[in-house]
Write a protein that binds this ligand. Structure first.
Ligand SMILES: *Cc1c(COP(=O)(O)O)cnc(C)c1O
Length: 341
C-alpha cells in the first residue's frame, strides 16, 4: 500500500479530507448495519436536533504506526465506553461498544494511506461522533440519529521542541457541578470558545477552570486534564465529578504507579496550593502531556520550578514511558494496544 505524499512532520492540526468514513443511521429504534462511504458531506433537516438544541457528542483518538510497523489504536474500548456515557446523558441511543471498535478499525484500514509512518511524530486522528438528525422543535430528544467516524492526519504536537505553556485562571466556568462536564459533549466546547479566544488574545495558551461552586479548586482546561507533581515526586490529579475522565490521564496515573513506582493520588486540588507543586502538565490524546510552566491568577504569577524551557523531569519520564508504550518500544499492559493490522 502506497502512502500519500504528505510532509508528515510538517502537518498541522487541521482537517484534511480522507477517502472513507463510517456512517450508521438510527431510525425506528434501531441502528442500521452502517457502511464506509466516500461522501464527506451531510444533508439533513434544517430543524435537526443537533442544529436546534445541540444534541451531539464526540470522541477523539488516534491511530499510528508502531516501531515494528503495525497500525494500532490506544485503548479504544475506553473511548467506546465513554461515548456510551455521553450518549446516555444526552438522551441519545448508544452505538454498541463492540461495533464502535470495529468501525474505528474499518475507517483506519480504509484510510491506511493516511496513517503516518513511525517516527514522523504525526498520527491519524480519529473522530467518532453522533448527532440528532431528525426535526425537533418542541424541546425533546430527536427520533433519528447518525453515528459517524472520520479520520484525518495530524502533525506532531510539539513541532520544533516542547514549550511549556502559560495558562490563566479563568473567570468563566466550564461545567456546572451536576451538569455535563464529565461527558464529551460539543456544548461544553461551544461555551469555551469565548474564553479561549480572549485568552489567546491576551497572550495565554489555555484557561484553567475552577470548580464553579466554590471557585477554590482546580478542575481542568477546555480540553485537557491536569497532572501535578509534588516536590517529593508524588503524582496528583484533581478529583471532581465535573472533570472529563481523560483516557490519557488515567493511563498516565497507572504508568506512574506500575512502571515508575511513583505514589499517585486523585484528590481535590486547591488553587492556593499550586505554588507547592514542582511540575504541572496537561494531558489529552493530542499531546499526551504538555508541560505548564506558569499559571497566572489575576496578575499573580505561579511559576513552577520546572521552568519555561523544558518538561519537568517527572513529567518527562511519564511522557517517555507512555509514548514508549504507545509506539511499541515498551511492553504495554494487557489490552492497551489494539492492533488493526
Ligand atoms: C477529550 C478531553 C480530554 C482528554 O481526554 P483524552 O481521553 O485523554 O483524550 C480532557 N478534557 C476534556 C474536556 C476533553 O474533552
Amino acid at each position: 500500500m502506497e502512502k500519500k505524499n504528505i510532509d508528515w512532520s510538517n502537518l498541522g492540526f487541521g482537517y484534511i479530507e480522507t477517502e472513507k468514513r463510517f456512517v450508521s443511521n438510527y431510525k425506528n429504534g434501531a441502528w442500521d448495519e452502517g457502511a464506509l462511504v466516500s461522501d464527506s458531506m451531510i444533508t439533513m433537516s434544517e430543524c435537526a436536533g443537533v442544529l436546534q438544541y445541540a444534541q451531539t457528542c464526540f470522541e477523539g483518538m488516534k491511530a499510528y504506526t508502531t516501531e515494528d510497523g503495525r497500525i494500532v489504536t490506544f485503548r479504544p474500548d475506553l473511548n467506546a465506553a465513554r461515548m456510551e456515557d455521553s450518549c446516555k446523558r444526552l438522551q441519545m441511543p448508544v452505538f454498541p461498544q463492540d461495533k464502535f471498535i470495529e468501525a474505528v478499525s474499518k475507517v483506519v484500514e480504509a484510510n491506511e494511506a493516511y496513517v503516518p509512518p513511525y517516527g514522523s511524530g504525526a498520527t491519524l486522528y480519529i473522530r467518532p461522533y453522533m448527532f440528532g438528525s431528525s426535526p425537533v422543535i418542541g424541546v425533546k430528544p430527536a427520533d433519528e440519529y447518525q453515528f459517524r467516524i472520520f479520520a484525518t492526519p495530524v502533525g506532531p504536537y510539539f513541532k520544533g521542541g516542547v514549550k511549556p505553556l502559560t495558562i490563566r485562571v479563568s473567570d468563566f466556568d466550564r461545567a456546572a457541578p451536576n451538569g455535563t462536564g464529565h461527558i464529551k459533549a460539543g456544548l461544553n466546547y461551544a461555551m469555551s470558545l469565548y474564553p479561549i479566544v480572549t485568552a489567546h488574545e491576551e497572550g495565554y495558551d489555555e484557561n484553567m477552570y475552577l470548580d464553579p461552586k466554590t471557585r477554590t479548586k482546580v478542575e481542568e482546561t477546555g480540553g485537557a486534564n491536569f497532572l501535578f507533581i509534588t516536590k517529593d515526586g508524588k503524582v496528583v490529579t484533581p478529583k471532581s465529578s465535573s472533570i472529563l475522565p481523560s483516557i490519557t490521564r488515567r493511563s498516565l496515573m497507572q504508568v506512574a504507579k506500575d512502571y515508575l513506582g511513583l505514589e499517585v493520588e486523585e484528590r481535590e486540588v486547591y488553587l492556593d496550593e499550586l505554588e507547592n507543586f514542582a511540575e504541572c502538565g496537561l494531558c489529552g490524546t493530542a499531546a499526551v502531556i504538555s508541560p505548564v510552566g506558569k499559571v497566572v491568577d489575576h496578575g499573580k504569577e505561579i511559576c513552577f520550578p520546572s521552568g519555561m524551557n523544558d518538561m519537568g523531569p517527572v513529567t518527562k519520564k511519564l511522557y517517555d514511558t507512555l509514548t514508549g508504550i504507545q509506539m511499541g518500544r515498551i511492553e504495554a499492559p494487557e489490552g492497551w494496544i489494539h492492533v488493526i493490522k
